[in-house]
Ligand binder design. Sequence first.
Ligand code: HDE
Length: 705
Amino acid sequence: MTRDAGDGSTVRYGDQEVVRGDGGETHQVAGDGRPPLTTQQGVVVGDDQNALRAGERGPSLLEDQHFREKIFHFDHERIPERVVHARGYGAHGFFENYAPLTDITRAAIFSEAGLRTPAFVRFSTVAGSKGSGDLARDVRGFAVKLYTREGNWDLVGNNIPVFFIQDAIKFPDVIHAAKQEPDRGFPQAQTAHDNFWDFASLMPEATHMLLWIMSDRAIPRSFRFMEGFGVHTFRLVTADGRSTYVKFHWKPKQGLQSVVWNEAVKINGADPDFHRRDLWDAIGRGDFPEWELGLQLFDDDFADRFDFDVLDPTKIIPEELLPVRPVGRLVLDRVVDNFFAETEQVAFCTQNVVPGIDFTNDPLLQGRNFSYLDTQLKRLGSPNFTYLPVNAPKCPFAHFQQDGHMAMANPVGRANYEPNSWEGAEGGPREDPGRGLTSFPEEAGGPKRRLRAESFADHYSQARQFYLSQTDIEQLHIADAFTFELSKCEKVQIRTRIVAALRNVHEELAATVAEGLGLRELPDPAPAARPPRQDLASSPALSIVARGPASFAGRKLGLLITNGADAQIIAALRSAAESEGTVTEIITPVAGGVDASDGSLIPGRQIDGAPSVLFDAIAIVADPDAARALTASPAARDFVADAYAHCKFIAATAGAEPLFAAAGLAGGAVADGGFADLSEQTPADFIARCRQLRFWDRQRVVQDG
Ligand code: HDE
């Protein structure tokens, strides 16, 4: 713990001999190296085990200042959780710019090749509360705070490039509908309920986003394997005032990866912190996740020619039409020291832009620019939240804002207003038209009306384009997800209305969902403000499976071993995984580990706490007798059955046969291309095979029997 002592010296608990107070007096550190426990006033506490009482069995006394201070502080530990994106996880890092972009923006962050800008990123789910599970089917927040030399720039994005609504005035409605139903207070962290689908079925503009959230994008394998998007069209502006439209993309160097729904449900049970643990562990082992920042740049001509309005946040610009230009990389290389101080207190605000970056009239962005500042005041309780270390700029700042709750950096000197005639430094800071933030002087005007532009009226064409851009397996997942979520709706009309909307997207999708829901007949297609276009080219960039990673690096192999397991094979698997950059976790029937064939004791995680859903691929090295004994364990049977059902690559020695048989796999093995028999194939071959991440050919077999 570090405290500024106020006298210029820093007090560091843990590695320093002496705790220094304001007055320079010291508290001697006890013999064991620990500093004395004090009250918040710095008074050493003599007894932290018993409250002050009148008599051994008597009443507690009000004068016990240590007790009252401790409980008072504890009572006030909680702050309001975020209304949305309450559950999140953050890390520090930096952005490194590849080359000067001065021809398109004056933003200092893009001014030099190799320039590094400190960054803080918070990933999140949207609907669930702070304690909800990480694997909810949901959009993920991807919020980046960049502490640039010219002030903080917050790029508050999501892992999905479109949004449910076109106008910020509908945000409270979509969020109310998605969160727990107000009368019963459930379901938590899921959209599989009547209110959400009722609203969605009445808002045709949500259809494109519905396709994305019912796709694998909404159940990412971890934060490290997802893309990020700024969503809105922004502007980049040069020093001489030229503007270029821009859409921001974060592309994960690790590649994209998702899990399957049945797996997600089970991960939430086995490890609700799966995503935050994954980020913490990866950074801890030095495997720093990295994203490239990509820009889609365009001008007014392109905007006029494009099929849809570039201000409409329910639309993308396909990468095949407008390539994404990589301009730098974001690396996360440091976990937080304290979750609350950093991840919880970080305050992102879309209106935090820097000279060279500007807004457009996207009506959602305009609304957000009001909302974020407002919400931070409610959440953090004081307009001085900007002084918290995670929120403060890392460049110099000077202004006349003063006082308020928790004021900790009031301006010194006499002048706290402007203009003033005080000389030099005494007069305080002054505006600087040359260096300061100026808005792009876009023409604005027209009648004041509550109106949705006609150019926002196409609600189905890009939803169809997204669906057609998916591989077969991803299309199957989308149909399954719609069927699952709608099957949780009690009202048949709601299910029917969604199927009617889906008929405007794709007839086969609508028919599959209708069949899954047992609808007697297909409803008529929902009336469309604009007839859905059938001619949009498919965009392979929208598929995860079509663009699988070329490596198994950064992922996890779960290696189940038993007593008597072949030590050589275990070693070979571990070393093949290590060369690939794959993390191996050993799983054993009992917590103490196993005695391998060479007599060595190999420790591992006990199987009940390490189900196969926590791993990307599994291998089993087993002695036949030990494997037979393991068949009695439900966790061991599920380990195999789930890995098979989730289309994972599986390797095993012949000794594991009884376990496969007990998991219901005929012949005691997996009879498909996703299986490696370790007596015939080398561990290195198996690890190379795992680069494909899943053996998707199995999915239809699993589903159709
Ligand atoms: Fe947000 N959003 N949002 N949002 N949003 C918040 O701000 C809001 C939208 C996003 O890790 C809140 O600090 C409105 C789109 C992220 O701390 C709040 C509208 C996108 C985060 C808010 C939107 C986002 C938030 C709640 C419709 C993707 C978490 C707590 C106009 C581009 C940031 C807070 C973090 C958080 C308002 C829509 C992303 C209430 C009014 C679109 C990643 O201010």
